[in-house]
Design a protein around this ligand. Structure first.
Ligand code: PLP
Length: 384
């Protein structure tokens, strides 16, 4: 792949060949509008409905509970604002966590300005919420709990089934941001008592710019944008048929092979952790040691600038990510690493590696060789 070693699958993935093949006709020969009643339109409608079934099957929902959107962020906005605004006469309290993605945190911030109040749950040093703290936060005004399935920076998987059970017992709706989890772990919205769930195709070898939202039948939610009657009046706008077909194909493939995929990624993850532990001193593994996404490893290197480390790795053709925000031009350290209580000397030097299907053990060896040198260089430089 152009001499590049790609270890940033949590940022995005390539589109699988079979996915691209399934999408291509909808850019050219099958160009009809799914709302048109003639045959080329009806064929597009069937393609959209077929994708809806595939998404529903993957998470054990009903097809009519799936809505297509433009991305994971839109799904989060639609779910949280949509449910909150429908229930504002009943209550105005929402519970979320301190380590959510900004698609959730900024949505909650907007709702705060509109009169909702939000409880942001703490997490422990592994990134896990505390179920007792959750129970204690619930009051008669609580209408919604939104806790992510798995964290995008540190990979920790939250106790979703237990949160679903608590929500059900208290008659509160439960939304989960599964953008990082879909395609990486099994999710069953029935057994996990999930009322609403967000996903994004580009995280599981589908195209960018298309997401999906599951909302359990009977859960009230209002639309965000005005327009036509697409997506059962919940998301106006002509459907992105090629993207939706791609999302459907990608999720189908992901769940056909999920066990082997997880096994492969877990092996790479464990090998990488063991090599780094062996060869690089003064490190800290961020996130839960085992209860984490199979392909995610986030390690902090003491007294290292994560942004600088990334640039050094980039020179060697290595694509990775840093949990700290220094590479995105912000002076603020990562809200996730801050929430897990990482010591200051480790806060700036985190490196998130997320493995994917093309990675090999040899890639990991290449990564660790270069990482060892890059960390040494960064530490030397910091002494000058
Ligand atoms: N939620 C989580 C946990 C994510 O990791 C991301 C993207 O990285 C999003 C939401 C937003 O998804 P999208 O980029 O499709 O808007």
């Amino acid at each position: 792949m152009n001499g590049i070693r790609y270890f940033d699958h949590a940022a995005t993935t390539s589109v699988k060949e079979e996915v691209l093949k399934a999408m291509l006709p909808y850019f050219s020969v099958e160009y009809g509008n799914p709302s048109s009643i003639y045959s080329i339109g009806r064929r597009n409608r069937r393609a959209v409905e077929d994708a809806r079934q595939k998404v529903a099957r993957a998470i054990n929902a009903k097809p009519q509970e799936i809505y297509f959107t433009g991305c994971g962020s839109e799904s989060d906005n639609l779910a949280i604002k949509g449910i909150a605004n429908s229930l504002k006469t009943k209550g105005n309290h929402i519970i979320t966590s301190k380590i959510e993605h900004h698609a959730v945190l900024n949505t909650c911030a907007t709702l705060e300005k509109e009169g909702f109040y939000i409880t942001y749950l703490n997490v422990d040093e592994n990134g896990l919420i505390n179920l007792e703290e959750l129970k204690n936060a619930i009051n008669e005004k609580t209408i919604l709990i939104s806790i992510m399935t798995a964290n995008n920076e540190i990979g920790t998987i939250e106790p979703i089934k237990e949160i679903g059970q608590i929500s059900k017992e208290h008659d509160i709706y439960f939304h989960t941001d599964s953008v990082q989890a879909i395609g990486n772990m099994r999710i069953d919205v029935q057994s996990m008592n999930i009322d609403s769930l967000s996903m994004s195709a580009h995280k599981f070898y589908g195209p960018k710019g298309v997401g999906a939202l599951y909302v359990r039948e009977g859960v009230p939610f209002t639309k965000m944008q005005d327009g036509g009657h697409q997506e059962k009046d919940k998301r106006a706008g002509t459907e992105n048929v090629a993207g939706i077909v791609g999302l459907g194909k990608a999720i189908e493939i992901a769940y056909q092979n999920i066990d082997e995929y997880n096994e492969k990624l877990t092996e790479l993850r464990e090998y990488y952790i063991s090599q780094v532990e062996k060869r690089i001193p003064n490190i800290k593994l961020n996130g839960h040691r085992t209860n984490r996404l199979p392909g995610n490893v986030n390690i902090s290197f003491k007294d290292v600038d994560g942004g600088e480390l990334l640039l050094k790795l980039d020179e060697k053709g290595i694509c990775a990510s840093t949990g700290s925000a220094c590479n995105s031009g912000s002076a603020e350290p990562s809200h996730v690493l801050t929430a897990i209580g990482l010591k200051p000397e480790y806060l700036e030097g985190s490196l998130r590696i997320t493995f994917g299907e093309d990675n090999t053990k040899e890639d990991v060896d290449y990564l660790v060789d270069n990482l060892e040198n890059a960390v040494k260089d960064c530490i030397e430089k910091s002494k000058i």
